[in-house]
Design a protein around this ligand. Structure first.
Ligand code: ZN
Ligand code: ZN
Ligand code: ZN
Length: 307
């Protein structure tokens, strides 16, 4: 089978199971590891009416958010941000990080979204960035291409793209170094979070670019992945513990993601310490090194296969 080439950022394993959602989960350790923007694009284009409704509602909310900012009403601003993020993820559930598996994590995640956007919203440095981004955005010029579609002037667009990418990288870096948001490291690893944000930008702009410009944008954002032919590794069929759909468990796997219900199933409960041979419980994040509970030696569960 042909599959895009993804390597797990947690354990180094390749992606081996077929996937149907924009987010790529490792078939060996369950780490949220990458984003396939083409599938994100499918969710976005799936229903033009839904997307149009979303764009309207977003414009309305953003206008109210701006009013709150101008009135310096931080509390209202945060409340509206919370409403926006909740609306966004209920409209496009495919964009919700698959690691947000319970109502509890969902609430915490939406709160982090609302808190962090509020913090940036009231920070003069980020306000300046916002103004600069708007300037670049409003100076864009469009033209009609031969195929009838509307395209954007490439030179100006790439000024905006470069600015947006740098700003987003900086924002993510600041965000992940803040202990307040420590929860996020397990839910969405930093590198993947950056790709989530860039993916939204890419999917909105691709239709306005020529073929060469599309390629350039994909290169800049790290979405230019190759397809590779892979053999499905040895393994067995199993059952998702949440929805009972069939899942494929490659040999050596600890956690497998279900494409039907977007949850992971622990497929191995224990491992033998490589030093003393004692049975230990598999940790929640099998990609992380774990000390044997008996002899204290550090074990790496999956690196042994792919390191
Ligand atoms: Zn992995
Ligand atoms: Zn399932
Ligand atoms: Zn041991």
């Amino acid at each position: 089978m042909k599959i895009k080439k993804f390597t797990c950022i947690g354990c180094g394993a390749p992606k081996v199971n077929e996937y149907r959602s924009p987010y790529i989960i490792c078939d060996y350790c369950g780490t949220f590891t990458d984003v396939d923007y083409t599938l994100g694009l499918e969710s976005w284009n799936e229903s033009p009416e839904k997307t149009a409704r979303y764009v309207d509602k977003k414009a309305d909310l953003m206008a109210r958010i701006n009013t709150a900012l101008n009135k310096n009403d931080r509390q209202l601003y945060r409340k509206l941000q919370h409403e926006y993020w909740d609306y966004y993820y209920t409209t496009y559930p495919a964009y919700l990080p698959p690691t947000v598996e319970t109502k509890e994590i969902y609430d915490a995640y939406i709160n982090v979204c609302a808190d962090s956007t509020t913090e940036y919203g009231f920070d003069p440095k980020w306000q300046e960035y916002g103004i600069k981004q708007n300037e670049l955005y409003y100076s864009l010029e469009y033209y009609y291409a031969l195929d009838g579609g509307s395209k954007v002037n490439g030179d100006d667009f790439f000024k905006l793209a470069e600015f947006f990418i740098d700003m987003t990288k900086e924002g993510i870096k600041v965000f992940y170094s803040d202990p307040k948001y420590a929860l996020m490291n397990d839910v969405v690893p930093e590198k993947v979070h950056l790709k989530m944000k860039l993916s939204m930008f890419v999917q909105i702009w691709l239709p306005y670019l020529t073929d060469d410009e599309q390629q350039r944008l994909l290169d800049m954002t790290g979405f230019n992945m190759q397809y590779v032919e892979i053999e499905r590794p040895a393994g067995r069929k199993g059952e998702c513990e949440h929805c009972k759909e069939e899942i494929y468990i490659p040999e050596g796997s600890y956690k497998v993601y279900c494409e039907s219900c977007h949850k992971t199933t622990k497929v191995q409960q224990s491992f033998k310490c490589m030093s003393c041979g004692a049975e230990n419980k598999v940790p929640d994040y099998p990609a992380k090194p774990i000390d044997c509970g008996f002899c204290g030696v550090e074990n790496r569960l999956i690196q042994r296969l792919f390191g």
